[in-house]
Design a binder for this molecule. Structure first.
Ligand code: GDP
Ligand code: MG
Length: 294
């Protein structure tokens, strides 16, 4: 009809636009205390995501987390700017009665939707609404090697209705290979119909399905966190030094932290943002606007 017009030039335009404005990406870590959440926040920032941005010589001990706390770094790579915020949360499950221990977390997630909504419904609104919504929530499962506890199931059930949940097995270096394999074969999440990220319902096409099926087979990722660097064969690596050797967190043969980081920061970043906006935020918005119209 028209012959070649060259509409793919739009791709370059999108790219340039994103480079100019940058983008925001927000992650949250959730789980019982002592499972390595705060360490993981540091691991994320100290690993290749932002090696340049991290300051050397900062090796303080991680204090016990007592309140929700967000850390933001602007990470720039080849002209692309990402404002990465990781929200650390205090551990729950310390109380004898853990009823409603999810309330503060769910409240925080909903508050970010509310903030966004308030900006969005203004008559004169910002061209770019600041986005503090949680795009991915990493849920730490204790490395017991047994079935998921009722508390974990209940928490993830609630969370997965409002946010993208990425479950991980915490402190995976404490599991034997058999325990780890057994843990990963659990069908708990499926049997309890808890839909963690990447949700099967949102696969867009057969290619997506193939790619995401491979990720789903590997979930929950067995991760190890560390915030200290060590020398290995003349290279500095992030790892945990034990009597038996160094567990390198960025080495895929040692643990699955690289898979977690790749999923969040590389391969599925835009998808996490899209699902947050189109599914989770959308249902919050509908619910809220229905309420206020009553
Ligand atoms: P949080 O309460 O979940 O924030 O846990 P922290 O990050 O404060 O870590 C609690 C303790 O577990 C600290 O002594 C950490 O050094 C240790 N830890 C953190 N990550 C790991 C891990 O992957 N493996 C092991 N073995 N210990 C870890
Ligand atoms: Mg902590």
């Amino acid at each position: 009809l028209f012959g070649y017009v060259g509409i793919e030039a739009v791709l370059d335009q999108m790219k340039i636009k994103t480079m100019k404005t940058g983008f925001e990406f927000n992650i949250m870590v959730v789980g019982q205390s002592g499972l390595g959440k705060s360490t993981m926040v540091n691991t994320l920032f100290k690993s290749k995501v932002s090696r340049k941005a991290s300051q050397p010589g900062q090796e303080e001990r991680i204090p016990r987390t007592v309140q929700l706390q967000s850390i933001t770094h602007v990470i720039e790579e080849r002209g692309v700017k990402m404002k990465l915020t990781v929200t650390d949360t205090p551990g729950f499950g310390d109380q004898i009665n853990n009823e409603n221990c999810w309330d503060p977390i769910i409240k925080y997630i909903n508050e970010q939707y509310e903030r966004y909504l308030r900006e969005e419904i203004l008559i004169t609104r910002k061209r770019k609404i600041p986005d503090t919504r949680v795009h991915g929530c990493v849920y730490f499962i204790p490395p017991t090697g047994h079935w998921l506890r009722p508390l974990d199931l209940e928490f993830m059930r609630r969370l997965s209705k409002i946010v993208n949940v990425v479950p991980v097995i915490a402190k995976a270096d404490t599991l034997t290979l058999e325990e780890r394999a057994e843990f990963k074969q659990q069908e708990d999440l499926k049997t309890h119909a808890i839909s963690v990220y990447p949700q099967e319902d949102f696969d867009q096409d057969p290619d997506d399905r193939v790619l995401n099926d491979r990720i789903r087979e590997n979930i929950p990722f067995a991760v190890v966190g560390a915030d200290q660097e060590h020398q290995v064969n003349g290279k500095r690596v992030l790892g945990r030094k034990t009597k038996w050797g160094i567990i390198e967190v960025e080495n895929p043969t040692h643990c699955e932290f690289p898979l977690l980081r790749d999923l969040l920061i590389r391969s599925h970043l835009q998808d996490l943002k899209d699902i947050t906006h189109n599914v989770h935020y959308e249902s919050y918005r509908v619910r809220r606007l229905n309420e206020s119209n009553r």
